[in-house]
Ligand binder design. Sequence first.
Ligand SMILES: Cc1cc2nc3c(=O)[nH]c(=O)nc-3n(C[C@H](O)[C@H](O)[C@H](O)COP(=O)(O)OP(=O)(O)OC[C@H]3O[C@@H](n4cnc5c(N)ncnc54)[C@H](O)[C@@H]3O)c2cc1C
Length: 511
Amino acid sequence: MSTEHIDVVIVGAGLAGLSSAVFLGMNGVKALVVERREGTSVLPKARGANPVTMEALRTAGLAEAIHKAMPPGKPAITSVVSESLTGKVLYDHVAHRPDFSMFSPERPGMASQARAEEALLRRALELGAQVRFKTRCESLAQDGEGVELALCDLDAERTYAVRARYVIASDGIRGSIAGWLGIGTHGLGAIKSVTAVRFKADLAQWAGDNAMVIHYLQNPALPDGAGVLVSTDYKDEWVANMSADPGRDEAGMREIIKIMTGLPDLDFEIIGTVSYDYGHRIADRFRAGRVLLTGDAAHVMPPTGGQGGNTAVQDGYYLGWKLAAVIQGKAGPALLDSYEIERQPYAEEVCNWQVANLAERRRIDTLAERIGAPLDHATLLFGYVCPPNGALVPEPGAEDQRFEHPAQASGRPGARVPYVELEGVDGGKVSPRHLLGPWFMVFTAVQGGAEAARAAAGELGIELKAYPVKSTVPLHAGERQTVLVRPDGVVAWRGADNAGIGRALRTVLCR
Ligand SMILES: Cc1cc2nc3c(=O)[nH]c(=O)nc-3n(C[C@H](O)[C@H](O)[C@H](O)COP(=O)(O)OP(=O)(O)OC[C@H]3O[C@@H](n4cnc5c(N)ncnc54)[C@H](O)[C@@H]3O)c2cc1C
C-alpha cells in the first residue's frame, strides 16, 4: 500500500494538538491530527482562558466562540480559599487579582476544556485540517527528510504508514512520543494523588450565579486538611477533588462532599470518579529533529492556577507561524530552534508557579520551601521576555532578565509588544495588540520606514503590515524609532535605520 505524504502530523487532539492545527491552518498549513479517543474530551478539566490565550484565539477568529461557550450564569468568576462552600471565606483571589485590562485588550474566556476543544476542532476543520479520531500513533522514525509514522485505525484494526515533514507531539501527560525519542524530564515528579468526584446537586443558592466557581478548601475535617470544589458546564454538576485513598468507598466520598459543601443533609448523586497525580515535570528538550513537543507532552503542572490548558494553547500559537514559515520556504529550518529556546524557560516558570499555588492553597510548607517564591500573576502572564536567539535581534548591553513587570515593560526584543496606543501619521489611533494576526508588523516614526518595510517584505515573500506613526515612545523604543513585531506579538527588532528592517527580517526568518 502506498504511503500517505503530508506536511505536518499532529498526535493528540487535546487543547495543544487542536490549537496547533488551528494556528498552522491560520498560517496556511493544513495538518493531519490523529487522536486515539472517539472524540474531544468530555471531562471537566481545564476552564478559563487567560487574556494572552484569548489574544491568540482572537487572531484565529475564535474569541467570540469561546466567550459564547461560557457556562450558564453571570460572566464572572468566584475563586476563593474557604472552609467549605457555605463556610468562612479565608481569601478571595479575584478581589486580589491585579487589573489585567492595563496589559491586554482581551478579557478572560470562561469556556471549559470540553467546550474549548469543540470550538478548536470546528475551527481546525474550517481551516482545512484533517482530524482522524480512533487513530493511534504506534511508532515513529525520522531521517533527514521527514518522519515516518505508523498509525492504527482502531475501528478497522489496520495499521498504515504516513510520512510527514514534521510531527507535533501533543500526546499529553501519558504520551509516549517523548520517551520514544529518548527525551527525559526534570522537576519534582509526582507530587500528590487526587481523586476527582463528579456529582449532581443543586447548590445554586449557596454558590451564587457566577459562571465559574472554585473553592480551594482548607478544613481540618478533610483528608490532608484540603480539597477543591469546582463548578462545571452544568449548573447542577460539580467536581470535588480530594486526596486519593485507594481504601475509600462511595460512602467515604459522600461524607467528604458533605464536609466540602458544609451541608450535612445535602441530597446528591455521584456520577463518576477519576484519579490522577498532581505532577511537576518538564521535558529536557522540546524538540528532537523534526518532532516538536507541545502541551502536557512538554510540561506537566498541577492544576492550581489554571495555566496547564493555557500554556498548551499558547505553545500552538508560538509554534504555528514558525513551522508554517519553514514549511512554506519563507524561513530557514533554524527558525524552529527558537521554539524550545523561547518556550522552555516559560514552561519552567509556569510549572513552578502552579506548584507554589498548590503549596499555598493546600498549606504544604515543604513544597513551598522547595519551589521558592512565585512570580506575581501579572508578571507571569504578560512579563516574559524570550532569551536571545536566532528569531530575534538582541540589543547590545540589554538586560538578560527573563521576566519584567508589565507596568515597567521595556519593549525590548523578546518581550510582548506592550498594550499601548500610538498616534498614526494620519491622526488615527494605532494599537499594536489589537492588530495581531498571521503577519509581521512594523510601527515606525522614521521617514520612509513604512515603505522600506513593505519593500523588504515583498522581497522576502512574507506578509507584513506597516504603520507610520507620529512617535514610538509608547513602545519604549527610545532613539530607535522603528519596531518590528513578529506574528506572535513578540518584539523582534528596534532600530532607526530603514535598511535595518530588511536585515532584521532576514535574521528573524533565519534566511
Ligand atoms: C482535573 C484537572 C483540572 C485541570 N484544570 C485546569 C485548569 O483549570 N486550567 C488549565 O489551564 N489547565 C487545567 N488542567 C490541565 C489541562 O487539562 C491540561 O494541561 C491540558 O489538557 C493539556 O492539553 P494537552 O492537549 O497537552 O493534553 P491532553 O488534553 O491530555 O491531550 C492529549 C491527547 O493525546 C491523545 N494521545 C496520546 N497518545 C496518543 C497516541 N499515541 N496516538 C493518538 N492520540 C494520542 C490522548 O488521547 C489525548 O486526547 C487540569 C487538568 C486536570 C486533570
